[in-house]
Design a binder for this molecule. Structure first.
Ligand code: ZN
Ligand code: ZN
Length: 199
């Protein structure tokens, strides 16, 4: 469940009861087979307790809630004031998208170009204090690329790093082998800087 005021996802934690994490704390995202209305993703996230836990997140919470574009049950339970905040956030996001800005992007290595994405295209993440390695399945060509970006690039909609690190390697497109390759490449530091010029 997405908490719009804190910009964090709420999951349950066996140690502390509840955990509030940002998108960059997600580690694995996988679309649950057979889900359609809504599409649901199973995630593993790095919890504030130090462990990783499983959780579930709907497609809307993943891609639209960070933009304030969702009128989910969470917001419907809130006060009228909260609803007004959500609408205002949504309007702002809509205006920025119409103005040519996009909330998330990455550099597609096989295509040698930046591409616009939503967070549901991210499927593996690995974070250090400042950087996030992210494996992205390109919505245009379907290939998997690995970028090294700032935490804000992942967590803050419309914050796109001017340059991102790109692993010069074409990855397998299913999670199992990709996870091993991803970890191996991520720690080999074979990143090449590319300009993420979206205009
Ligand atoms: Zn925990
Ligand atoms: Zn592509």
């Amino acid at each position: 469940m997405y908490d719009a005021l804190r910009s964090r996802y709420t999951f349950s934690c066996p140690a502390t009861g509840e955990s509030h994490v940002r998108l960059s704390s997600f580690r694995v995202l996988e679309r649950l087979p057979g889900t359609a209305h809504p599409v649901v993703y199973s995630v593993r996230f790095a919890c504030t307790c130090g462990d990783e836990h499983p959780g579930l997140v709907s497609h809307d919470e993943l891609d639209y809630a960070p933009l304030g574009l969702q009128e989910g049950s969470f917001l419907n339970l809130m006060t009228a004031q909260m609803d007004a905040v959500a609408r205002e956030l949504g309007d702002l996001a809509a205006r920025r998208i119409q103005g040519g800005e996009w909330p998330w992007s990455f550099f597609c290595y096989p295509e040698e170009r930046p591409r616009l994405v939503f967070p549901s295209a991210f499927f593996l993440l690995s974070a250090s204090r400042d950087d996030v390695g992210v494996a992205v399945r390109c919505p245009a060509c379907g290939a998997v690329s690995v970028n090294l970006v700032s935490r804000a690039h992942v967590d803050v909609p419309f914050h796109n790093d001017a340059h991102v690190g790109v692993v010069e390697h074409v990855f397998a497109d299913d999670v199992g082998p990709a996870l091993e390759e991803f970890r191996a490449e991520l720690y080999s530091a074979r990143f090449d800087a590319r300009r993420l010029d979206l205009q």
